[in-house]
Design a protein around this ligand. Structure first.
Ligand code: NAD
Ligand code: DAU
Length: 349
């Protein structure tokens, strides 16, 4: 199998490639296409590139560039696609939606068209999406695969548009697609603009921990390795035309999660802070249109494909915190990029 992975230099994509090559019986070739936005860091996979030089190749390209992508599909004789590439940060989509429309909608459309024109060859097109397409929940209830779409941010609206296009290519042209909508991921290599890595880095540096609004918004947290396992299961056994919701069965209010991170850092054996990191928690202006609660009903993937999340949040958080403590060089390099300019403006770093 020649598997095109888009966005493989980002957080989930790089974890997925690492998982596929080191922990599964996948024996094909991976072609990672990424245009390296601020969030793409090919160093995430430098060891994999060296170790699997015959089965892993990185190509820098924009998924929305039709001619370049056509060359890649043909040169590497692509027969399956796992599509991660996206602009992924809600706050950035509120500040500047353009790139979200370009990559998430036009980029996805470009890939679908290229796949459609090579339909005799393409065995599967898997689209990675988000639970945010379903909008916000009240106190009760869960998102299922049949929940209506009610996106509220430019990010979630662009992902919703891409989901609709992927399904349209299945119904209209018979493109062999599968989709997955998952909850908030966390783990190693996550760009430190997202809640968990931002809080870890700020806590370690003794900087304020900015909690939006009243801090009582709820997210369902999924360890990225568990997500990778779910995606591999879908690629192998997911039914064509189907959508699978993937969740961590782990709903937590933001403020409780931040307190939990502080607690782990306060008691970490290799750190010796005099004061509790909880003293750094600072409530700041809320995100516009901030969705209150997300929660996934993952019954379908659990029943049909025998997948379940395995990592309890305490264990996942400890591993993630340790990874950031042990990878200061990675953090320094990430922070020295465009990240710093943007973060300085928006998070008062
Ligand atoms: P990320 O921002 O860490 O990585 C995105 C990657 O896509 C980067 O490497 C970036 O360079 C690349 N990219 C962006 N635009 C591109 C373009 N035009 N052409 C080629 N490459 C491009 O994102 P992530 O958190 O790893 O998310 C991956 C996917 O999973 C996205 O589709 C996102 O919507 C979805 N998702 C993420 C989460 C989460 O919690 N992070 C949850 C649900 C779904
Ligand atoms: O639900 C899946 C989605 O999860 C993915 O589709 C997105 O790509 C991913 O970024 C994530 O979106 P969120 O907006 O939920 O993630 P974020 O880490 O930005 O925020 C998580 C929660 O924490 C949210 O309620 C906002 C809040 N928050 C976030 C930041 C960055 C804060 O309170 N303070 C912060 O500084």
């Amino acid at each position: 199998m020649n598997l095109l992975v888009t966005g493989g230099s980002g957080f989930i994509g790089s974890n997925f490639i690492r998982y596929l090559l080191t922990e599964t019986d996948f024996n094909g070739q991976i072609i990672n296409v990424d245009c390296l936005t601020y969030a793409g860091n090919p160093e995430n996979l430098s060891d994999i590139e060296a170790r699997f030089s015959d089965r892993y190749v990185f190509v820098k390209a924009d998924i929305a560039h039709q001619e370049e992508m056509a060359k890649i599909f043909d040169y590497y004789s692509i027969d399956a696609v796992c599509h991660f590439a996206a602009e992924s940060h809600v706050d950035r989509s509120i500040a500047a939606p353009d790139a979200f429309i370009h990559t998430n909608i036009f980029g996805t459309y470009t890939l679908l068209e290229l796949a459609r024109k090579r339909m005799h060859h393409i065995k599967r097109f898997h689209h990675i999406s988000t639970d945010e397409v379903y909008g916000s929940l009240g106190k009760n209830g869960y998102f299922s695969e049949t929940s209506p779409y009610q996106p509220t941010s430019p990010y979630s609206a662009s992902k919703a548009a891409s989901d609709h296009l992927v399904r349209a290519y299945f119904y209209t042209y018979g493109l062999p697609v599968t989709l997955s909508n998952c909850s908030n991921n966390y783990g190693p290599y996550q760009f430190p603009e997202k809640l968990i890595p931002l809080m870890i880095l700020n806590a370690l540096a003794g900087k304020p921990l900015p909690v939006y609004g009243d801090g009582r918004n709820i997210r369902d947290w999924l360890y990225v390795r568990d997500h990778s396992a779910a995606l591999w299961t879908i690629l192998e056994n997911g039914e064509i035309g189907e959508t699978y919701n993937i969740g961590g069965n782990c709903e937590i209010e933001n403020i409780r999660l931040v307190e939990q991170i502080c607690g782990i850092i306060d008691n970490h054996p290799s750190l010796g802070f005099d004061t509790s990191r909880k003293d750094l928690i600072t409530f700041v202006t809320d995100r516009p249109g901030h969705d209150r609660r997300y929660a996934i009903d993952a019954t379908k993937i659990m029943a049909d494909l025998n997948w379940a999340p395995k990592t309890p949040i305490e264990k996942g958080l400890r591993e993630t915190i340790d990874w950031y403590i042990e990878n200061q060089e990675w953090i320094d390099r990430v922070i020295s990029g465009e990240y710093r300019n943007w973060i300085e403006q928006h998070y008062h770093f």
